[in-house]
Ligand binder design. Sequence first.
Ligand SMILES: [Zn+2]
Length: 61
Amino acid sequence: MDLKTAHSFRCPECNHRAKIVTTKVITTETREKYYQCMNVYCSSTFVTYEMVDRWIVKTKK
Ligand SMILES: [Zn+2]
């Protein structure tokens, strides 16, 4: 995935760019990302849930 798009989740309320405040690792394949809207008039905070959907290549250990 492109790093630029991966780090630019938009605020669902106002569609302004939001920044990642903190990331919480749930498992090795799932994590929560806490976002804060960069729009000072909105300032919404929300959490996204990111997980591995499927493997393309999985290196055997
Ligand atoms: Zn917003």
